[in-house]
Design a protein around this ligand. Structure first.
Ligand code: ATP
Ligand code: MG
Length: 381
């Protein structure tokens, strides 16, 4: 008898020719997550198995946060020929349970002497006899004793839900504008969940923003990397651009012009990293630079699609997700972001694109961008 984990993946994505590609990608991610756990990961009959790990709890925790995993079932593998031993094991696994149950047998080995309904009835009867706290309910049971007869027999009861989504890397790359705030890590997480490998770009205005602010962003990226896999963080020096904007542009447009620079720089880095889109944590009306008109003026400077997965979310809903993905506490550390320095008292909330372009025209946009790009630092997490 051997204890192992059976990893289940979402089904809707598995139709047609993509299925082996999807499974291979998922197996790679699971192997990576289990790399120092001494575990083997293998696929058999479209099922992913993990065995030989040192610590069940760690294995479950790591695997349930991998995008593409639907659920994880701690299972027991046995020789299928010894039906008596299989029943004894099933009885033992159900010994502490109360309420309703059923046995759900599946037999991919059609030569097995008992068919699935026969196993259901016989094993169900034996479990019932052994545990007086259980009752059978085949329509809506609280517990299901799953029995799979393949090369071996597999038994499992517990189904631990996982994060869902698709394996990272199966849907291309995108570049996340990552501030130290609450919203952008959540936005990146949501897009990565759909199978997108993310890179991050962070704008840093040293010495107006501190070394701690920079470290905080790297820590946030590291948190994200547990689900989103390795992330490259590009730190872009932004001080000179902000000073030029502050000194030369009308105050009401300074935030918008700064945001346009961020988008342009992020798009340049995105192109170098073969990204197909930019991601931001904006949501309609959250601040002056996130009105519909303001978002229009920032989008106008880039060609790439801009994904804003939080666009219709309330702050409280975003915070709920940040808590769930464990970025909330880090995001709440009180370090200045470049968006919070030099903020105008009365920012334009319904800016006209032409007005913003006019206000920006005094700057040498291209050389400011080139200068910033020369000094980009890349950190891998
Ligand atoms: P967040 O909580 O993510 O900081 P926010 O509500 O504070 O968002 P803004 O500061 O207006 O909003 O920023 C809007 C978006 O612009 C952010 O979600 C993020 O994608 C991007 N952004 C803002 N500041 C930076 C920065 N310093 N580096 C990289 N991206 C940034
Ligand atoms: Mg911010």
């Amino acid at each position: 008898m051997k204890e192992l984990l059976l990893v289940r993946y979402g089904e809707i994505f598995l139709k047609g020719l993509n299925r082996p590609y999807f499974i291979r990608a998922l197996v790679r991610k699971i192997r990576y997550a289990m790399r120092n756990q001494g575990a083997q990961v293998w696929v058999h009959d479209g099922r992913i198995f993990v065995e030989g790990f040192r610590d069940l709890e760690i294995a479950v925790e790591r695997i349930t946060r991998i995008f593409g995993v639907h659920s994880v079932c701690p299972a027991v593998e046995m020789e299928k020929d010894d039906y008596e031993a299989i029943c004894a094991q099933a009885i033992a696994m159900m010994a502490d349970m109360k309420g309703t149950f059923k046995v759900n047998a599946r037999r991919s080995d059609k030569r097995y002497p008992m068919n699935s309904p026969a196993i259901n009835a016989d094993m169900g009867g034996r479990i019932l006899e052994a545990n007086p706290n259980l009752k059978v309910d085949i329509h809506d049971p609280e517990h299901v004793m799953n029995v799979e007869i393949r090369d071996k027999a597999y038994l499992y009861v517990k189904v631990i839900p996982a994060v869902g989504g698709m394996p990272v890397g199966t849907n291309g790359n995108a570049t996340l504008l990552l501030s130290g705030g609450i919203d952008s890590p959540v936005a990146g997480w949501m897009i990565a969940k759909r199978g997108v490998q993310i890179n991050a770009v962070h704008f840093h205005s040293f010495p107006y923003t501190s070394e701690q602010a920079r470290e905080k962003v790297i820590d946030l990226a590291r948190k994200l990397s547990y689900s989103c896999c390795g992330i490259k963080v590009y730190i872009v020096p932004f001080t000179e651009i902000q000073l030029q904007i502050r000194d030369n542009c009308p105050e009401e447009y300074t935030t918008l012009i700064m945001r346009r620079f961020m988008m342009r720089l992020a798009e340049r880095i995105a192109k170098q990293t073969e990204s197909g889109a930019l991601i931001t944590g904006e949501s309609i009306g959250q601040v002056a630079s996130q009105t519909m008109e303001a978002l229009g003026t920032t989008d106008a400077v880039v060609e790439m699609p801009v994904f804003r997965p939080l666009i219709g979310f309330d702050k409280s809903e975003i915070i709920d997700i940040a808590r769930k993905i464990d970025t909330y506490e880090l995001s709440s550390l009180p370090y200045e972001d470049c968006c919070t320095i030099f903020t105008p008292k009365h920012p334009a909330t319904r800016p006209k694109k032409e007005k913003v372009e006019q206000a920006e025209a005094v700057l040498d946009v291209e050389s400011l961008i080139e200068e910033a790009l020369k000094n980009v630092e890349m950190v891998r997490v």
